[in-house]
Design a protein around this ligand. Structure first.
Ligand code: GLU
Length: 432
């Protein structure tokens, strides 16, 4: 079983989508199921409705999963496992107050040493624990030996016991901390491979310690994906619009193109344009670069255009807000200058909109519009052009400029002779 474990705390980030895509691809390759675990234990940061939004995005991207679970529903298991650890003396009650711990942390900072828990409560005599009415947390005992992780992307990574430390697994109010909930849930889910962002690398030895201490012997494999950088070489954050999947979709990037791009970066694909099904055939976690991938919106646009070209005309037409095949074909011609469905829609809408004619051609356009309105239907552009030219008496620039403006709503663009075939049935709607 693989898992995708988003937190419902904000818009889905492209880094998260990349994690979801990789999990999906590998689950298909291994013929294992993928579960979605909504990590909703941080009540204060949860945003209502974000869980549904995440599931909708997964649906839109064709990422199939076998079940959805909410981490908060596993609390009774988290508590039971914490009790077991206490019972087995793999964990201990810690009565140090948050203020005291904060003071110790400050001291370490001043002395420029890494803060470690001082183990003050690890060996408290049983009577002191039992009679103690003060609030307490539960800490897991730090490991005895180095924890070594063989990561698919990062290679071998080791953590010394002191780096892992005796950390809190249950807070004073007896809610599980993130690492504890996550480690237990991965056990409960029978997870075989965890693919996630490298920002979780330092959590991994903690989660391994938790499972080892619980006597769980199944080896869980890991792949930590490098972060995605913006054009300034900084981590893509909420401040970068393009980091939000929702924003990219609203801007008119196709899910298939976004997936293609996110699978492509930092990878060694056999070709540049592909769909997820193809990626399932050749994708290998080991081929993902260790170093961060750089997000390049121009490259994404190039890929988007290629995916738009591959759509059939009817589908493309729907993407730009129409239902007719001809408009889809017309949109294809406009793909030379537009790279997103939003840009395409603007071009097509301009054709049907009320036209703003520059003063220089206002008079000619008026005459021409009158002529066009009264013209018979012409199958071919040549016939149409000759008729309008003759009837309006306009020629040269005074003919071609207003004609383009009236028919397309733009001063520049594809050859009118080329697009007439798609426009001829709509002349009445175009010239109002
Ligand atoms: N909920 C974590 C996140 O959204 C993912 C944790 C994990 O995959 O283990 O970053």
């Amino acid at each position: 079983m693989l898992r995708f474990a988003p937190s419902p705390t904000g818009d889905m980030h492209i880094g998260n989508l990349r994690v979801a895509l990789f999990n999906y691809i590998v689950s298909k390759q291994r013929k294992e199921d993928l579960l979605v675990r909504i990590e909703d234990t941080d009540k204060e940061r949860n945003i209502e409705g974000k869980d549904q939004e995440i599931l909708e995005i997964l649906g839109l991207f064709g990422i199939e999963y076998s079940q959805v679970i909410y981490q908060s529903q596993n609390h009774r298991f988290h508590s039971a496992m914490a009790l077991q650890l206490l019972h087995d003396k793999k964990a201990f009650s810690c009565f140090c107050s948050p203020q005291w711990l904060e003071k110790k942390r400050e001291e370490s900072k001043e002395n420029k040493i890494a803060y470690r828990y001082d183990n003050a409560c690890e060996n408290l005599p049983a009577e002191l624990v039992i009679d103690n009415m003060n609030p307490f947390t539960i800490r897991i005992k730090k490991p005895d030996e180095t924890i070594v992780i063989q990561d698919y992307i990062k290679g071998k990574v080791s953590f010394e016991p002191d780096e892992v430390d005796s950390f809190i697994i249950m807070r004073q109010e007896k809610t599980p901390t993130y690492n504890f909930a996550c480690a237990v849930d991965d056990m409960l889910g029978d997870i075989s491979l965890v693919i996630r962002g490298e920002d979780h690398m330092s959590n991994t030895p903690k989660q391994i310690l938790i499972r080892n201490s619980l006597g769980y012997s199944k080896n869980i494999e890991y792949a930590h994906l490098p972060i995605i950088l913006n054009d300034e070489g900084k981590k893509m954050s909420k401040r970068d619009d393009a980091s939000s999947v929702k924003w990219l979709l609203e801007e008119g990037y196709l899910p298939s193109a976004i997936s293609n791009y996110l699978i492509l970066i930092g990878n060694k694909p056999p070709k540049e344009i592909f769909d997820i099904k193809e990626a399932v055939e050749w994708f290998r976690l080991e081929n993902i670069s260790k170093s961060p991938a750089r997000f390049d919106i121009d490259k994404l646009k190039f890929i988007n255009r290629e995916h738009l070209k591959n759509l059939d005309s009817k589908e493309l037409s729907r993407y730009v807000g129409f239902a007719d095949t001809e408009i889809g074909e017309l949109a294809k011609v406009y793909l030379e200058e537009a790279g997103t469905t939003k840009e395409l829609r603007a071009k097509i809408q301009a054709i049907f909109a009320q036209k703003a004619i520059p003063q220089e051609f206002e008079e000619q356009a008026k005459v021409m519009a009158g002529t066009i309105k009264n013209a018979p239907f012409f199958e071919e552009y040549e016939g149409f052009k000759n008729y309008i030219m003759k009837e309006s008496g306009l020629k040269g620039k005074n003919f071609f400029k207003p004609l383009r403006l009236l028919l397309t709503g733009a001063e520049h663009g594809p050859d009118v002779a080329e697009i007439y075939k798609y426009l001829k049935n709509y002349i009445g709607e175009i010239i109002k």
